[in-house]
Write a protein that binds this ligand. Structure first.
Ligand SMILES: [Zn+2]
Length: 338
């Protein structure tokens, strides 16, 4: 719990105050500051501190809009606690519209918690982590699929850690992929240092996808309700939920031939074992390679760019148990796509 002001290296935000900060995390070759936008909304009433972050991968845009709308469109009159909103973590990648930091293609999301005396990526990560992540009680880090692919909205969380599982469940997504995450990722390092954090994966890079943004805003409000930041809001239940742990069959199906891909299903579709998922053909529309589902499951992610080399991922398929499958069928019969 943060009582009173939210402080960071260079300033503080008093209760009842909102600050838009351009926070310097590095410098360009010209010696100009590289500054990330941070909005700190400190409620009139004491409560937990939550961070929301996006674009740790610079071309993953959906989360930017989620964080901006929470910071600037929501009414925070009754906020209990503090929101630390960081819509663009990887500013150099964002400007270049690239996933990685353009300098040596470093992955900012493998550089946390950072180090003030190490590489440029770790110095940036350190500035962010010490000032705006560590002081928080809970965190949401928004991502999309890698460029050329898309995925249904899902949460990634270490469900073996009760504090993280509380955040993951509260976000109220249908699908949670269980795991602690890669070393150096924001969610893993934040969680291990006492700020339980989840990743939300939603849609594709380079887009604002309104339906997904709206779902993510609902999930965010549900998390704030769970942690007592918004006492008029309620914790949501998504209707059905499946937690994909190591015991659940899941696979990235990969192309065995190069060619042009026709997908036969959208993201979030239920496919039966042996269903055609996609067809790969050569430029003459010959030598069709029909890719079939190895088991009945949910298409959590699919490719969007239809061009593949052998070995390129085609789709991410996860097994569903029978009750979950029936709940999904009911939802889809009602015309709602997860
Ligand atoms: Zn990402």
């Amino acid at each position: 719990m943060v009582a009173g002001a939210f402080t960071y290296d260079g300033g503080s935000v008093a209760p009842g105050e909102t600050q838009n900060i351009r926070y310097s995390v590095s410098e360009t070759y010209l010696g100009d500051p590289i500054r990330i936008p941070v909005t700190v909304v400190n409620g009139e009433r004491d409560g937990p501190t939550a961070f929301l972050s996006a674009a740790a991968h610079g071309d993953e845009l959906n989360g930017i809009e989620v964080v901006r709308e929470v910071a600037h469109d929501w009414d925070h009159t009754d906020l209990r606690g503090t929101l630390v909103c960081m819509p663009v973590l990887n500013v150099p990648g964002f400007i270049a519209q690239e996933r990685y930091l353009p300098i040596y293609d470093r992955d900012l999301n493998r550089s946390f918690p950072g180090d003030p005396d190490s590489t440029s990526a770790k110095r940036i990560a350190n500035r962010v982590f010490r000032n705006f992540i560590e002081p928080c009680d809970v965190g949401l880090d928004f991502h999309t699929s890698t460029r050329g692919r898309t995925n249904m909205l899902h949460v990634r969380a270490d469900m073996d850690d009760p504090a993280v599982a509380r955040v993951g469940n509260a976000f109220a997504s249908n699908v949670i992929i269980d795991g602690s995450g890669p070393s150096g990722s924001l969610r893993r390092e934040a969680s291990e240092s006492g700020t339980p954090t989840i990743t939300i994966e939603m849609g594709e890079a380079h887009r604002f996808q309104r339906a997904l943004i709206d779902r993510a805003l609902s999930g965010t409000l549900s998390v704030l309700a769970e942690f007592g930041l918004r006492d008029e809001a309620v914790v949501a239940w998504p209707g059905w939920r499946t937690v994909i742990d190591d015991d659940v069959e899941k696979t990235w199906l990969r192309a065995d031939t190069g060619g042009l891909v026709e997908m036969h299903h959208d993201r979030g579709a239920l496919v039966e074992a042996d269903d055609r998922i996609c067809t790969i053909t050569n430029p003459f529309k010959q030598d069709s390679d029909v890719v079939r589902a190895p088991f009945t499951g949910l298409l959590v992610g699919i490719l969007e760019n239809p061009l593949v080399y052998p070995g390129n991922p085609l789709c991410h398929l996860v097994e569903l148990d029978d009750p979950t499958r029936r709940a999904l069928e009911n939802q889809q019969a009602a015309g709602d796509r997860p």
